[in-house]
Design a protein. Sequence first.
Length: 148
Amino acid sequence: MRKTLYLWKLDILEFKEMSDEWLDFIVTCRSGQPHNHDIVIGAMENDQIYNYVADYIDGIITREQFWMLAWFKNPIMQALSAENPEHDGKQTPMKGHPVFLAQHATACCCRSCLEKWRHIPAGKILTESEQSYIVDVLMQWIEAEMNR
Ligand SMILES: [Zn+2]
């Protein structure tokens, strides 16, 4: 029997990506409220994301900050965080996500810029605190842009 036939009666809730809906669902689950789905297929939720969710629930970070921190888990930002990113200087697109613009505007686009303008040494993996520093810089820039 094919697996799909076997599962056809189950109520499956699937999150293809980390969305606001996904975050709300996680928050609800963490607060101990039961849900009615048989299976929940989640977007990636690693330990670090879990900590961010916990911080968000505790009110330590805002929803916007949560998304910025979670943003670091996407492939482009992972590449930026690597020890020796391939094609450094070209890894951050000029358009697409608004954060790319912020990265170029704040010299957080590549490791050479980060080293030159932000004094974060290249050639090593970005630490958690360096990542959250970059998130703060990007948040400030985005907030200033929104208030213009
Ligand atoms: Zn750069």
